[in-house]
Design a protein around this ligand. Structure first.
Ligand SMILES: Nc1ncnc2c1ncn2[C@@H]1O[C@H](COP(=O)(O)OP(=O)(O)OP(=O)(O)O)[C@@H](O)[C@H]1O
Ligand SMILES: Nc1nc2c(ncn2[C@@H]2O[C@H](COP(=O)(O)O)[C@@H](O)[C@H]2O)c(=O)[nH]1
Length: 198
């Protein structure tokens, strides 16, 4: 059968590819805050829940912010190829469960990952069609204020995360888009528009 469009008929627009959007940026810039706000306003936004060896912070629940696992469990996930990507970040390991993401993409739904720079680079290699979004702070001082003000990390861990932040900020040009987190509402709106533009 011919695929030609009959004369006079309006051609169908090409089917849009389900898009994988990766949100990265230095620790404390506000990634979780932006994603949390976005999902409150748009509960249909699908976010991958990562696996981590980090201990839960007060208020964090297993299966909600993260799947919290021990080192042995994480080793098994890696060995069994169950992680789409994983990285060590400031002394803990974090990874994206492969199956849930692939099922969602195969079902035609957009996917959002909130992961670090190393993970973003791995996703770029394995899924070059992914859109990489960098969340930047309005200034270095504001980043330090936010990370310190969150009050969830010891001074040593804050120093460690800020050292990584300098490396992450230097990698901004590797990303497709930069959003500056001055206003949570504005950034959430811009991120949603990017996710829908696929
Ligand atoms: N636009 C903003 N203006 C002022 N404060 C903000 C803004 N966005 C986030 N914050 C605050 O900054 C702190 C860090 O935010 P958040 O925990 O979301 O960062 P993160 O990027 O997810 O960090 P991490 O990578 O360490 O998990 C929080 O206390 C949050 O309330
Ligand atoms: N490479 C990955 N990085 C991840 C993943 N999930 C979260 N993260 C990133 O880790 C740091 C620290 O997170 P925190 O919750 O301890 O503050 C931050 O940059 C997250 O985006 C993942 O699955 N893979």
């Amino acid at each position: 059968m011919s695929d030609a469009v009959p004369r006079g008929a309006t051609p169908e627009p090409p089917a849009k590819q389900p898009r994988l959007t990766v949100l990265s940026g230095p620790s404390g810039v506000g990634k979780s805050t932006v994603v949390g706000y976005l999902r409150k306003v748009h509960p249909e936004v699908w976010l991958s829940v990562s696996v981590t060896t980090r201990k839960p912070r007060p208020g964090e629940r297993d299966g909600v912010q993260y799947h919290f696992v021990d080192d042995d469990e994480f080793d098994k996930l890696v060995a069994n190829g169950e992680l789409l990507e994983w990285a060590e970040f400031a002394g803990n390991r974090y990874g994206t469960p492969r199956q849930a993401v692939m099922e969602r993409l195969e079902a035609g739904g957009p996917v959002l990952l909130e992961i670090d720079l190393q993970g973003a680079r791995l996703v770029r290699q394995s899924m070059p069609e992914a859109r990489l979004v960098f969340l930047a702070p309005p200034s270095w001082d504001e980043l330090v204020r936010r990370l310190t003000g969150r009050g969830t990390e010891s001074p040593e861990v804050i120093e460690r995360r800020l050292a990584v932040a300098r490396i992450e900020l230097a990698a901004e040009s590797e990303f497709d888009v930069t959003l500056v987190n001055t206003s949570v509402e504005d950034v959430a709106r811009e991120l949603l528009a990017l996710m829908r533009d696929c």
